[in-house]
Write a protein that binds this ligand. Sequence first.
Ligand SMILES: C[S@@+](CC[C@H](N)C(=O)[O-])C[C@H]1O[C@@H](n2cnc3c(N)ncnc32)[C@H](O)[C@@H]1O
Length: 371
Amino acid sequence: MEEHLTVGRVAELAGVTVRTLHHYDEIGLAQPSSRTAAGYRVYTSGDVERLREVLAYRRLGFGLREIAHLVDDPATDAVAHLRRLRGLLLDQRDRAAAMVTAIDRELEARAMGIRTTPEEQLQMFGAQLYDAIGSAYPATRRTEPRIAARIWDALGDARTVLNVGAGTGSYEPSDRDVTAVEPSAVMRAQRPADAAPCVAAAAECLPFEDRSFDVAMAVSTVHHWPDPIAGLREMRRVARRVVVLTYDADDAGWRQRFWLTRDYLPEFADLFAGRPALADLTRAIEGRTEPVLVPWDCADGFFEAYWRRPEAYLDEHVRRAVSVWTRVGPRTERRVVGELGDDLASGRWAERNGDLIGLDAAELGLRLLVA
Ligand SMILES: C[S@@+](CC[C@H](N)C(=O)[O-])C[C@H]1O[C@@H](n2cnc3c(N)ncnc32)[C@H](O)[C@@H]1O
């Protein structure tokens, strides 16, 4: 028999007051729709599901009217709400990480007697993750020619190209008509003067008509989007073809193959747990998947790039250009750097990973999705 919960019990479980629940009931937002034999109003499992969505959107800061609009939308089922909530929460976590980074930077500056400007002090509140870490990006992040060749090959004979999550313009082909989309002001400001025109927008809501471009591309960005499936569908809507470089977050195999995640940073798995599986991403663009190997001397300093050059991870510039380190937080970062430094000095890293020296390229989960 279905379990029904009293108003008092629901308030206790959800950590809200009975008064709040009565208010949601009165305005028709979330109502207990059944009654006990004694006449008390109780929540059915369906009522609880709706209430949970209401409370989660509330905690994310949505207004009650906005929430009513969201939970009444017949096109959004419980799974779609959970996916959206999850994406929004990850985004909130990234923003909190960005604020911590900005605060750490200001504390460091103050300790050295440097005063931050009023603009700098306010920036942290509007900060996207890349507004906080983006200024360190160009130090090590650039087009890797062998990976670019794979992407450009997949673009085929496309003349007009939309580059979504374009950052500072890496991987944009110079022989086509490119339009870039990038939400972070810091990243946009670092695009070279002769780079393609760039629109301030996010993947999930692209400000273009249907089929405006021959192809839409996205490189090393999908894992940052609050709602990757919605973003990929948008790419599919605005372009005839889609090319995405991402990685297989659901393949635990490569995390075990990569010594950094296996031996030093197991927390990496938590960062991306619950993100849509590669199969879901591929399905969203109705495409196919091809593995992309990481060359040993990869020119683009993304997270896995230094798999055969372990000392690089001890370099602050290398880490600051990769969001993973901000997302795991300074304490974990310090621990990893300490442990790796010790193992490199003692020869323990070389003992464990000596077989890598003979490899020119590694399969570390990078994937090209093509539709
Ligand atoms: C690792 S960088 C990659 C930049 C560039 N594509 C490259 O390969 O160098 C990730 C970029 O995704 C952007 N981004 C984050 N959320 C986004 C969203 N919802 N839609 C589009 N881009 C987003 C970030 O601002 C950042 O510039």
